[in-house]
Each structure stands twice: as C-alpha cells, then as structure tokens.
Design a binder for this molecule. Structure first.
Ligand code: SF4
Ligand code: SF4
Length: 384
C-alpha cells in the first residue's frame, strides 16, 4: 500500500497553506521520518519559465515557504533549484516569488547551471544523463511539483518534475532522441528513479488546465497532496481530474519500474475526503496517447501524420517574439520566421516537426494550440 495525504486548501494564504502542509507531514509520520538533522536537502520546485505566481505556471511561493519552514524544523540544511526551459534560474525564481523567501529563510540557490554525466545501470529507456550539480551534491530531494496539464505527457506531475534537474538546453536533446511520448515517459521514469526524491509535495491549490504547461488557464482545485510514492500521487491527481491514470505514460511505466503503484485499491488516502475535491470538468485530454514515428514514409507515414496533433499558431495571439523558434530542438528547425516582417507569426514545416510540443510549452502568449488532424477527428481515438 502507498500512502497519499490529501489536504483541502482553498487559498494561498500563508497560514492556510502551512496548516495543510503540516497536516500532510503529520499524517505521513512527521517530517523527521524523511529528513534528518544536518542533512543537505534540495527542494525542487517547478520553475518552468519566469512567470508571476498568478499565472499558475510555477510552484506557488506560499507552498515553497510552508515546506521550507517544515524542513527547517528538522535541522536540515536546505537548498533549492530548477533549470527552466529557457532563461536562468535566478530570474525565474525572482519572478515566481521564491527567491525572496529563500533569501529571508536562508535557503541557498543550488547550482543548476553546471552538470555532470552519470550512468544509471537500471535505466530502461535511458542510462546516461547529465544532471545539475545542485541535484547531485545533496543528500536527498524533496520535489515540489505543480498540478498542470502537459501537451506531450498529459500531466506535469511528480515524476516529470525532475526533468528540470537536466540543465538548460540539454533537455531539448531528449525530445529529438525520444520524440515518442511513451519513450519520453520511460526516460522520465528512469531519471526519477535515479534521483529518487524522498517526498513529493504537490501544489494543486490553483492548477493549470487546457493548454498547459504554460499557456493554459488557472483552475481552482483547492488541494495539496503529499506522498513518498510519485506514481500513487500522480494517479490520485488523475482521479481528481477524471483522467484514467493508465493513459499517463509516467504513471504506467513508473509502476512497471517499481517506482510506485496506481491501482486504487493499493493507495491509502489520508486526510480529507477526495470526493468533494474531484472535478470532472477539468480541461485535460482524456484519451490514450498515440505514438508518433517522425519521418515515416509511404501510406503509414500519411496515416501517422493524420493521427497525431499538430502544433498551430493562433495569429491573433502571437506577438512575434520567436521564443518558439529558438526552442525547437530539431535541425533544421521545424518552424521559422519567413519574410521581412519579424513580428509575423512563425511558419511550421510539418515534415521536420517531431511533435515534441516544446514550442507550445514555452509560448508566453498561449498562442500555440494543438490541432487535431481530420482523420483523428473522424476516428476520435487518440489524444496526442
Ligand atoms: S512563442 Fe508564441 S508569441 Fe512568440 S512567436 Fe512563437 S507563437 Fe508567437
Ligand atoms: S515545431 Fe514545435 S513540436 Fe515541432 S519539433 Fe519544433 S518544437 Fe517540437
């Protein structure tokens, strides 16, 4: 059995969040069960890009503060860090409101710029990773994911949160190497199994639905979840938003790898009743994910192309910033700015596009949507 503590939390008021986080730790046996005095503990929030807390892209500062305060009570030595999709961590932490709290409570910023290569023998999809030195130099990690939708993997959950331990642009290489969402999910599981955070504290007070993980809309889910089992935690989130956990690759392969359990009967929910917190109208794609093999030729290639969603720019929302172009990991790039007008929306070359959705992930205006090809709409089978 896996334990997941689930706490209703209706606002980001510091006291309310602290009460919920303290209650969660108490239900799981106390913070001292997970962290010892003098240990070097890294807090790993979600700092995808530099955005203000109200945009719901990053872990909220009040959740970060509450976890820092609980951890400090154990006598642990704390650091924090994440590697944003682009831009530096310092800027992202400042804008998200975390840097100020870290300064006040003397939590040092870990080195997430430089990385070291490691070899993980138990890896199923991937055995070699470059990992941020800040994540390698600590004794243990406490992961602080944000409840958000994700175009490629359906959900930005507990397991995926550790992808930020791969520094900077190296993350893009995995998209090129593993364009298929299932392979990519297996790699995320390998990475998480190597880093093995001791605990996961998920900020789901204001979640992100729709065009996540950056361009979606905030949705009040009023919940904080804590567990040492990332598969059970993410599966519980799926049950909150009405999604079959088996359709999330990191959950499916996480369970297969022994990282945790997702079957309802194997999860013991502690704390508040889950039923009133469930939200079946949460905007998240709820069908299985179709595999995509880029470069496939002939009839199979045409069918492949007609079953998997294409990224598409909504011209009226685009400001021409070209962030999407700079984040495209394939060479030659699958989207580019054509002609003289630098403010015109970039143009896709779908023959080169591997459907990794990095462009959609980083667009600051939420201007990139996934459009379903005709055949998919007719068949209504898959979600990717
Ligand atoms: S990142 Fe978004 S706003 Fe910027 S050019 Fe691309 S589509 Fe337009
Ligand atoms: S255009 Fe977008 S989805 Fe296609 S390969 Fe580039 S970043 Fe990935």
């Amino acid at each position: 059995m896996a334990d997941v503590a689930i706490m209703e939390c209706r606002s980001y008021d510091d006291d309310e969040v602290k009460n919920a986080v303290e209650k969660g730790f108490a239900l799981l046996g106390g913070a001292g069960k997970f962290v010892g005095a003098g240990e070097k503990i890294l807090l790993k929030p979600n700092l995808l890009v530099a955005e203000k807390p109200e945009k719901c892209v990053t872990t909220h500062p009040s959740v970060f503060r509450a976890v820092v305060e609980v951890m400090l009570s154990t006598g642990a030595e704390l650091s924090y860090g994440d590697s944003p999709a682009f831009g530096g961590m310092a800027k992202a932490a400042r804008k998200a409101g975390l840097a100020e709290i870290a300064l006040e409570l003397k939590v040092k910023a870990a080195d997430f710029k430089n990385g070291k290569e490691i070899f993980f023998e138990q890896g199923v999809q991937n055995r070699k990773f470059v990992i941020a030195e800040g994540a390698l130099e600590c004794d243990g990690i406490i992961s602080l994911p944000k409840l958000k939708t994700h175009a490629l993997e359906r959900l930005t959950g507990s397991i995926k949160n550790q992808f930020g331990c791969v520094p900077g642009v190296l993350k893009g290489e995995f998209h090129v190497k593993l364009p298929d969402a299932h392979q990519f999910g297996r790699m995320l599981v390998d990475l998480n199994n190597y880093l093995k955070p001791r605990l996961y504290v998920m900020d789901g007070v204001l979640a992100m639905e729709g065009n996540g993980p950056r361009g979606g809309k905030p949705r009040a889910m009023n919940v904080i979840l804590i567990s040492s089992d990332p598969v059970a935690l993410d599966a519980t989130v799926c049950r909150l938003v009405g999604l079959n956990p088996e359709y999330v690759p990191t959950i499916k392969y996480g369970c297969e790898s022994g990282a945790g359990v997702y079957i309802e009967e194997e999860i013991r929910l502690l704390g508040d009743d889950i039923k009133p917190l469930k939200c079946n109208t949460f905007d998240i794609r709820k069908k299985p994910i179709r595999s995509f093999q880029p470069g496939r030729k002939g009839l199979r290639g045409v069918i492949n192309d007609q079953l998997v969603s294409k990224p598409r720019i909504v011209a009226e929302l685009c400001n021409g910033c070209a962030t999407c172009v700079s984040m495209c990991p394939v060479q030659p790039r699958a989207l580019s700015q054509k002609g003289e007008d630098k403010e015109a929306p970039p143009v896709y070359d779908y023959n080169e596009c591997i459907r990794c959705y990095c462009c959609q992930e980083v667009c600051p205006e939420g201007a990139i949507e996934l459009s379903k090809p005709l055949l998919r709409r007719v068949l209504g089978l898959f979600n990717r």
